[in-house]
Design a binder for this molecule. Sequence first.
Ligand SMILES: [Zn+2]
Length: 146
Amino acid sequence: MLKVLKYPDDFLRKKAREVEDFKNPDLPRLVSDMVKTMEAEKGIGLAAPQVGSDLRICVVRVDDTVHTLINPKIKSSSRKKEIFEEGCLSFPGKFFPVERPIKVKIKARDLSGEKIKIKANGLLARVLQHEIDHLDGILVIDRAIK
Ligand SMILES: [Zn+2]
């Protein structure tokens, strides 16, 4: 289990760096610890900076499917947006209304370095956008509707 950093920890504002070495033996360990931590904390997404790693990695669990995304990039987003209350493990017990595109297409790498593409909508699209924000030091309070 990893410790989840809470706002206003400075590390949450750091821009994470791309994973370049997919043979690094610490990588699978980090991902599996992130998944365990996300599940233990009853979260549906967790980004590496939230557990003190500066790598561009996030894990998401929606509809009983765990997605591991390394170096994710949003390739396109729908023009249509919606507002939804978002929680975050770094802001325990709090929810913020955030407007986001309802559909996104994402490119990433999996643990072995293979390219993956995800077409997401609804909750999955929202969680992925939230987690990718974390990799750039962007937090839910930055996007919350005032
Ligand atoms: Zn979050």
